[in-house]
Design a binder for this molecule. Structure first.
Ligand SMILES: Cc1cc2nc3c(=O)[nH]c(=O)nc-3n(C[C@H](O)[C@H](O)[C@H](O)COP(=O)(O)OP(=O)(O)OC[C@H]3O[C@@H](n4cnc5c(N)ncnc54)[C@H](O)[C@@H]3O)c2cc1C
Length: 400
């Protein structure tokens, strides 16, 4: 329910921001018509808090008509200095891969939600990874991510099409956007899911709890859409079926730039010389507390250079100051899934394992034969890392 109280001063600020032209000014008072989707854009701009949305209690909410699994398409900048362009962030394809399975089990559609200033034929890739449909909002105001603008568009789409579930990457953008959307829609959100399935027609959302010692299974039976964020590199990527193009549904959603409360004044791209982001690395050479000193840890960088990989670290190593937090792998660091993960002097605590167990091949070096890291390693060497690392460097150099 939406109400305009006597506090309304007829300032007209709410009229242009409504994406559905549902607000009119009649006799100097805002009047809201049946086109309203309760997106809250007008509430946000009202300077005297005259507009109020009252939400129904969970138990009394009508959940009928909610159908379909949605995946938010996250775009990232193409680092091509010559022109401004975007590409799809890989986590989107992982979400579509699991989304396809969920939608099939529900017997519903899988849709991708694409907000962009310029669609570059993205529906081809989105279709290849399983999307049946792409809800496309193309608007110059979507040239870069903004919480207010993006959440308003998604909320409007959600009210219109009523999806049953919605997935976001647990990225910087997803972690900012999903909570805003969930709170405006008055629905729940399970962050950092590591497993998604269907149980009795509901989305079963699994995530580690209590420091990773137990897995919590979460259901949202009383609200829609059921919303989750999922970390990159957790869900298995499906084989793309090229040639399967998703149907594009263009959505004409009015986006008023006055909704933008945060303005980006300057952007600086920091080029870390020769480095690859750890979550996208194909080879990771990781060290733990067993590496003991910064000098010894630095030798892992040499292995990286020889193999073309990126350095990772356990939290133990980060806490000792051997490497900075950006390189931490694990529950409170980054989840990775490289082709090859080398672990030197890492015990294999559960919080580390959850962040790297999806790696194709894990090789561990530890002087303790009972170290838990050997439970997930394909190849294990029981020995002193300080002796093995220099020998490995020597052997790799010879091979070059
Ligand atoms: C809420 C929470 C979140 C956490 N998040 C993370 C996370 O994201 N990532 C993470 O890694 N941890 C995380 N932790 C910490 C985790 O529980 C462990 O404490 C940490 O992973 C241990 O790091 P480590 O394996 O380097 O050190 P240790 O457990 O001390 O292990 C060192 C290992 O090195 C071996 N070793 C010693 N000397 C040598 C040598 N010369 N040669 C070969 N092997 C040697 C030892 O046998 C031992 O197995 C988290 C903990 C909590 C409570």
């Amino acid at each position: 329910m939406i109400n305009v109280s006597k506090k309304c001063i007829g300032c007209n600020k709410c009229v242009p921001v409504c994406p559905f032209a549902a607000v009119q000014l009649i006799d100097k008072k805002a009047v809201i018509n049946e086109a309203c989707t309760l997106c809250g854009a007008c509430v946000q701009v009202c300077p005297v808090q005259a507009i109020e949305i009252t939400r129904e209690e969970g138990a009394t909410r009508d959940l009928t008509g909610h159908k379909g699994v949605w995946v938010f398409v996250e775009l990232m900048e193409n680092h091509d200095k010559t022109k401004h362009s975007h590409k799809i962030r890989p986590v989107t394809f992982e979400l579509l891969s699991i989304g396809r399975k969920l939608a099939d089990e529900l017997g519903e559609e899988l849709a991708a939600v694409l907000l962009t200033d310029k669609n570059a034929g993205f529906e081809k890739e989105l279709g290849a990874y399983g999307a049946d449909k792409v809800y496309l909002v193309e608007n110059p105001e979507l040239y870069e991510y903004n919480t207010d603008i993006f959440s308003t568009a998604i909320i409007a789409l959600t009210h219109k099409h009523k999806p049953s579930a919605m997935l976001y990457g647990a990225t910087i953008m997803g972690r900012d956007l999903a909570p805003r959307v969930a709170s405006c829609l008055y629905t729940g959100l399970t962050a950092d899911c590591t497993g998604l399935a269907i149980k009795d027609g509901l989305l079963l959302q699994s995530r580690p709890a209590f420091g990773g010692n137990i897995m919590a299974d979460i259901l949202s039976p009383k609200s829609r859409p059921q919303m989750s964020t999922v970390r990159p590199n957790v869900m298995k990527l499906a084989e793309p079926i090229y040639g399967k193009i998703a149907v594009t549904v263009r959505e004409d959603i009015k986006i008023d730039k006055s909704l933008r409360r945060v303005k980006v004044l300057e952007r600086k791209l920091i080029h870390d010389k020769g480095s690859v982001k750890i979550d996208e690395a194909r080879i990771i050479v990781s060290g733990g507390r067993g590496m003991k000193t910064k000098e010894k840890f630095k030798q892992l960088e040499e292995i990286c250079q020889l193999l073309g990989g990126v350095v990772g670290a356990s939290r133990g190593a980060v806490d000792m100051g051997l490497k900075d937090k950006a390189h931490q792998v694990g529950q409170s660091g980054t989840t990775v899934s490289p082709k090859l993960y080398l672990a030197f002097g890492i015990s294999g605590a559960v919080q580390h394992i959850v962040g790297m167990k999806a790696s194709d091949i894990i090789v561990a070096v530890n002087k303790d034969p009972n170290a838990p890291i050997f439970n997930v390693a394909k190849h294990g060497v029981v020995g002193d890392a300080h002796e093995i690392v220099p020998k490995l460097i020597e052997a790799l150099k010879k091979q070059k």
